[in-house]
Structures are given as structure tokens and as C-alpha cells.
Design a binder for this molecule. Structure first.
Ligand code: AMP
Ligand code: MG
Length: 404
């Protein structure tokens, strides 16, 4: 059985960035840019007032005479109709173009308007004040974004400002979630005898969205070879196929055999951890324009699914999207209270982070085992307790796998 670290290497060794694609700007947020982006225009495209006030010639206000004649009014979006004459002021709004001849703007608060004339306060007026000169931010033809950076909200705005509606990026991975199990009913149903609600599909979808990928959940697949193969086959068109249930040792655990018959090459089955040991991983047949789907068979117990997702799937999503991360973001913390643990595998135990003076300390939570979502819903992640028999004292340092 592989250790967690060996299994992570086996996954990460088979994942690379998805092929570049042109995407609409509205779908590119958070993606890694795949092209150099050039500005099509100067920005600002004209000398632009940064305040509401009066466009002036600074030289007119060097002496004691602070009175100017009031000329035209220039609003944002309405270019001036004529140059500014000597000893003239044009009323100008924030964002409006300066008239030719003007070289400064005086804020409205420093002026007084009296019957066709403007009195400017007795303080220096510098050429260049209160406006942005054309091209001050960006020159036409200049590279404004380079490939490899992640598109944050400002970058999306910048792309819009240089006229881009599409952009070449490493696309968001597409994940298909397939819940399996004859006992499952959808959450809007009241379970009959022996049935339970499908909580994993909604949970995994939430994890996938939080991992910066797109998720689609397919309907529940029964534990029957034919219908199971049909649903899993559809999922192989995605970048990642996430299956829950059907990977353990029961007679109705048909997922591994069905995947192999569909041409998915198995890489490993079972990992040394708790909860989540029966995890299965393989790679689907190559697709027309992308490598084969990464196929994860997560055990059906919900907490096993979360742990498997955090350890193996989320880092793979990062790698597909070309985001650097290099694995789960494990941190180390002091224990808040004593904790004893016996186990033949490393155990991921639900825990809260509690502020304790000098940084957050770990509080392991009592839980009912790998189906206990209620406890994990109030946890911040998992304390990683090593295999063997251990008694941990308060203050001892323990590793932690965050949920968020
Ligand atoms: P399995 O991995 O199929 O053996 O399932 C292990 C346990 O997880 C069983 O108790 C299942 O009923 C439960 N389980 C499987 N799939 C789901 C699901 N989609 N939602 C909630 N529980 C599930
Ligand atoms: Mg099952």
C-alpha cells in the first residue's frame, strides 16, 4: 500500500497544465494567462482631469491677479470645442479632456465663481497639477501583462481597458462528479428503508468550485455494471472524473473493474491513511485535444472523500490550471489539549484552530468516524496524527491540513 507521499508523487507525476485556450473575459478570472497582452491605445487616451474644477494656464496665475474669464464647460465624454484662451478658465469635470492650451486644473474648492468670472485662491498653481497626461499609465503597443501570471480582478479590468473580450489562458479544469451506490437518493427525497441521501455530490462540487475548477455532478449511478459503465464513460470526457463510492472490497464495489474495462489505466488502489484507505487513481484514455482524464475513485464515506480530495485532487487541480502550489498547504501548530491515538495508518482527525495568544493552536474534535460530516462542518481542517500508539501532551507540535 502506498504512503500518502508516494501516492501524491504518483498523481503529480502524471499531471501537467491543460492546453491553452481562448476564453471569454468573463470566464478568465483566476486563470493563468497564456499570452503577452499589448495595449491598443494610450491610457489615458487624452490629458484627463482628475478633479472637478477649472482648467487653466498656470502662467496666468503667477502674479497677484487671481481673476480669470470663464469659458466653456467640459463634461466627461464631451471633448472641448476650442483651445483655452489667455486668462481664461474652462469649467471641467473629473474624467473630462483638458482643452489645448491648458496645463493645470484647479479644484473647485479653491475657486469662486462670480458672474462669468472665476476667482482662484492665492496659492501656487503648478503646471501638470490635477490631471493625468495622455499615456501616463500605458503607451500604445506596450506589454501590459505577460504570460504566466494569474488573472486577478485588476488584471481582468486591465484586459477590458485594452479592448480584450477574449484572452488565451490555461483554462479552468472541468470536473465531473459521479456519485455511485444503490442505497443513495438525491437530497430532495426522504430516504426509504436502507437508503441514505447523496451528500457527496454537493460536497465535492463545493470543494471543486473552491479549488478554482468547474464542476458538474451527474445523476447517481447504480451498483450495476451496465449503467455504471455508461455514466463513468461520460465522465471520461472531463479533465477530472471524481467518483465517490464503490471502490472498497465489497461484492458491489464495481468501480475499479468498470474503469479498467473503459480503458482507464490504473495507477494505484489504496493509500496508507485514515479515513480514506480504498482511494483509487488512474488515467483515462487520451482525448482529442487533451491528455486523458485524471480519474479519482474516492471512498463513499463523506469524510474520506474530503480528505482524499484535499490530499490528492486539489493539488492536481492546481497543476492542471498551472497554479503553483506544489501540494496541500500543510502547517504545524501546538496542541491545545491532550490527545491520544492508536492506529496502523496516519490519521486525519477533524480539528479546530483556536487563537491561543501566540498564534492558533489545534483543538482535536470528538467525532463519530468517517461519515460524521456534522463534526467536520465545525472544523477548520484535520490534525495529522502519525501511525502507531501516541499520547500527545498540550503544546506538542502536530501537522494540520486545512479544509479551506
Ligand atoms: P462505499 O465506498 O460505496 O463502500 O460507501 C461507503 C459508505 O459511504 C457507505 O455507508 C455509503 O452509503 C456511503 N456513501 C456512499 N456514497 C455516498 C454519497 N454519495 N453520499 C453520502 N454517503 C455515501
Ligand atoms: Mg457503495
Amino acid at each position: 500500500m502506498l504512503t500518502v507521499e508516494a501516492a501524491q508523487r504518483a498523481v503529480m507525476g502524471r499531471v501537467g497544465p491543460l492546453p491553452l485556450r481562448s476564453r471569454p473575459l468573463g470566464e478568465a478570472s483566476g486563470c493563468v494567462l497564456g499570452e503577452e497582452v499589448l495595449a491598443d491605445l494610450d491610457q489615458p487616451p487624452f490629458d484627463k482631469s482628475q478633479v472637478d474644477g477649472f482648467a487653466v494656464r498656470a502662467a496666468d496665475l503667477r502674479g497677484d491677479d487671481r481673476w480669470l474669464m470663464l469659458g466653456e464647460e467640459i463634461a466627461a465624454g464631451r471633448p472641448p470645442t476650442r483651445p483655452l484662451g489667455p486668462r481664461e478658465a474652462a469649467a471641467i469635470m473629473t474624467g473630462a479632456p483638458l482643452p489645448p492650451g491648458a496645463d493645470a486644473v484647479v479644484m473647485i474648492e479653491k475657486t469662486q465663481r462670480v458672474e462669468g468670472r472665476v476667482l482662484v485662491a492665492a496659492e501656487g498653481v503648478r503646471p501638470g497639477q490635477n490631471y493625468l497626461a495622455r499615456g501616463r499609465e500605458i503607451r500604445a503597443g506596450e506589454a501590459v501583462l505577460r504570460p504566466g501570471g494569474r488573472l486577478n480582478a485588476a488584471a481582468i479590468g486591465l484586459l477590458a481597458s485594452v479592448g480584450r473580450t477574449e484572452v488565451v489562458v490555461v483554462p479552468r479544469p472541468r470536473v465531473v462528479v459521479v456519485p455511485t451506490g444503490d442505497e443513495l437518493v438525491e437530497p430532495d427525497r426522504v430516504p426509504g428503508p436502507g437508503q441514505i441521501r447523496n451528500s457527496n455530490a454537493a460536497m465535492l462540487r463545493a470543494l471543486v468550485l473552491g479549488g478554482g475548477a468547474d464542476a458538474e455532478a451527474l445523476p447517481i449511478a447504480p451498483d450495476e455494471p451496465g449503467p455504471l459503465a455508461e455514466v463513468l464513460g461520460r465522465g471520461l470526457a472531463a479533465d477530472v472524473l471524481l467518483i465517490t463510492g464503490g471502490v472498497s472490497a465489497g461484492t458491489r464495489d464495481l468501480v475499479p473493474g468498470t474503469l479498467e474495462r473503459l480503458g482507464v489505466a490504473p495507477v494505484f488502489h489504496k493509500v496508507r491513511l485514515r479515513p480514506g484507505k480504498p482511494l483509487w487513481f488512474g488515467v483515462g484514455p487520451p482525448r482529442s485535444e487533451a491528455p486523458g482524464a485524471l480519474v479519482f475513485g474516492l471512498p463513499g464515506n463523506p469524510v474520506s472523500g474530503i480528505v482524499g480530495f484535499l490530499l490528492f485532487v486539489r493539488p492536481a487541480l492546481d497543476a492542471l490550471a498551472a497554479r503553483t502550489g506544489g501540494g496541500p498547504p500543510i502547517t504545524a501548530h501546538r496542541l491545545l489539549r491532550p490527545c491520544s491515538h492508536v492506529g496502523d495508518r496516519p490519521t486525519y482527525h477533524p480539528a479546530r484552530l483556536v487563537e491561543a495568544g501566540d498564534g492558533p493552536a489545534l483543538e482535536p474534535l470528538d467525532w463519530a468516524g468517517s461519515s460524521d460530516l456534522r463534526t467536520v462542518a465545525g472544523a477548520d481542517g484535520f490534525a495529522i496524527l502519525p501511525e502507531g500508539e501516541h499520547t500527545f501532551e498540550p503544546g506538542e507540535i502536530v501537522n494540520f491540513l486545512p479544509l479551506g
